[in-house]
Design a binder for this molecule. Structure first.
Ligand SMILES: [Zn+2]
Length: 196
């Protein structure tokens, strides 16, 4: 039978993230040991992250390597968005992917079915690569950490995969992928880049 967490006590718990330790009191179930992170705990955690964000931006960066072809495609796309750098653009793509596509099973399944895996592979296997550091906001970064722990991949690998996927959509001449781009991504991207 599943525990209903009726027998609660308050205990200090710690969490390791970015090679640092966050510690705070929260509710713990005495019976099953589940950590019931309440809103006070979540607020403290976000506050702690915001403070680290102020002084240790490097902790919120992913060091990626992209095919120079991908970077060139990004630069070409950004001709219509003066002042936006490819790294800001890539951050936008990743944020949109996790907030719009990945959360919606219909959208993510459709994307997977439309993607041209040959083009995807050509971007992924390209040896001519350049290092790109992408900076994320605290809440996006903790989501990335959670996803990468779940997938047992590094955060950089997760970011690389998402960027390559969406760049494949952008550069595609396939009618259905073009429509997917226009209907599902374009509006969010314009909004994001205008705010950047
Ligand atoms: Zn319990």
């Amino acid at each position: 039978m599943q525990c209903t967490h009726k027998n609660i006590k308050t205990k200090k718990v710690s969490k390791e993230i970015f090679d640092m330790t966050f510690e705070a009191f929260t509710s713990i179930c005495n019976d099953c040991g589940a950590i019931l992170r309440d809103s006070a705990y979540e607020r403290k955690y976000m506050h702690w992250l915001e403070e680290i964000y102020k002084t240790r931006r490097d902790k919120f960066q992913t060091q990626c390597h992209f095919s120079k072809n991908i970077i060139r495609c990004a630069e070409t796309y950004l001709i219509d968005y003066p002042g936006i750098s490819p790294t800001v653009f890539m951050r936008a793509l990743v944020t949109i992917y996790f907030n719009v596509i990945d959360r919606d099973e219909k959208k993510s399944t459709r994307l997977e079915s439309l993607l041209d895996h040959e083009i995807l592979k050509s971007f992924t296997n390209d040896k001519d690569r350049k290092k790109v550091n992408i900076q994320f906001k605290p809440n996006m970064m903790i989501e990335l950490v959670a996803v990468s722990e779940f997938l047992e991949m590094s955060t950089s690998a997760v970011v690389e995969e998402v960027v390559v996927k969406l760049m494949t959509v952008i550069t595609s001449h396939d009618q259905k992928l073009r429509e997917y781009w226009e209907n599902e991504i374009r509006g969010y991207l314009d909004m994001f880049l205008k705010a950047a």
